[in-house]
Design a binder for this molecule. Structure first.
Ligand code: ASP
Ligand code: CP
Length: 304
């Protein structure tokens, strides 16, 4: 079997490839590239809920002219007839399916799929492991805002431990030369996250005066049994609210992968803050995914 190129985490891409994907994203945002995936059969396989990632992959695939099938895992033979995921994807490949987009609650699941599937696999989020296309769109949003990621002071705040977005974004930020500060309580941010270029801060207020970008995270309660502190304690220490916004430099942007929980990691004043870039991130997400799909299927030269 010929192993085709997949995107499981950002480590799969070199610095030049990251930049090529960003350039391609920008080109696609300004000019419709046409049907670069004309008649390519793709299947979206989401075992976990999704609004943004699922919809933007669908839009990206349709805009590129792919043939799109959305499978609902509960209706598959996998669910009730004892078929394995490996045999499921061997079956899909035999039908000519060329690319799979996979989300699953188990870390490593998309990599397992990639080792059995004769085609491309894109990880759309696996457990707390990785969410590479979210990280790409986050990095792209910073790059568009500031011209480059190198040298930016980026604070990622909240439930780092259970966040696949944080894990992939930290990877990408270090790769591109940003200074990363992780902010949160011990339970969500164990001390061993600290390494070269990555510092740990327990006091959110301490990072506010120096931040170019703040990435807020949802507390991912579906991934752990009990909150280590009351919600009120968490809000007092880590919520971005009107008062903390006033202490940010004028240039600072605030980002969130979504879904955000109002009243927890942010209050409503963030949603009207001039530097709030959530909608921009979501917008970029469609074009980043178009660029990734084109890159995997058609190769690494910039084609637009
Ligand atoms: N939507 C992102 C993810 O699937 C972040 C989150 O759920 O909080 O990882
Ligand atoms: N950001 C993100 O992955 O959102 P969804 O879980 O809604 O896809």
């Amino acid at each position: 079997m010929r192993l085709r190129r997949s995107l499981i985490d950002l480590d799969d891409l070199t610095g030049d490839e990251l930049r090529a994907i960003f350039d391609r994203t920008r080109a696609f945002e300004t000019h419709d590239p046409g049907p670069l995936l004309h008649n390519v059969p793709v299947v979206n396989l989401f075992f976990e809920q999704s609004t943004r990632t699922f919809t933007s992959f669908n839009l990206a695939q349709l805009r590129l002219g792919a043939i799109v099938v959305n499978l609902s895992p509960k209706d598959l033979s996998l669910a009730g007839k004892g078929e394995t995921i490996e045999d499921t994807v061997i079956t899909l490949a035999a039908m000519g399916v060329n690319l799979l987009v996979v989300r699953h609650s188990e870390a490593g699941f998309p990599a397992r799929v990639a080792s059995a599937f004769d085609g491309h696999v894109v990880n759309a989020g696996d457990g707390a492991h990785a969410h590479p296309t979210q990280a790409l769109l986050d990095l792209y949003t910073m790059r568009e805002e500031f011209g480059q990621v190198r040298g930016l002071n980026v604070a990622i705040v909240g439930d780092i431990l259970h966040s696949r977005v944080a894990h992939s974004t930290i990877n990408g930020l270090r790769h591109l030369g940003a200074n990363v500060t992780l902010v949160g309580p011990e339970f969500f941010l164990p001390g061993d996250y600290a390494r070269e270029g990555i510092s740990i801060e327990r006091d959110f207020d301490a990072v506010l005066p120096h931040a170019d970008a703040i990435v807020l995270l949802r507390i991912q309660r579906e991934r752990f049994a009990a909150m280590p502190m009351t919600d009120d304690e968490y809000v007092a220490r880590y919520q971005l609210n009107g008062e903390r916004l006033r202490r940010l430099p004028e240039r600072t942007i605030v980002m969130h992968p979504g879904p955000y929980n109002r009243g927890m990691e942010l209050d409503d004043s963030v949603l009207t803050f001039a530097g709030w870039r959530y909608a921009m991130q979501v917008h970029h997400g469609v074009y980043i995914r178009m660029a990734v799909l084109d890159f995997l299927v058609n190769g690494s030269t910039v084609s637009a």
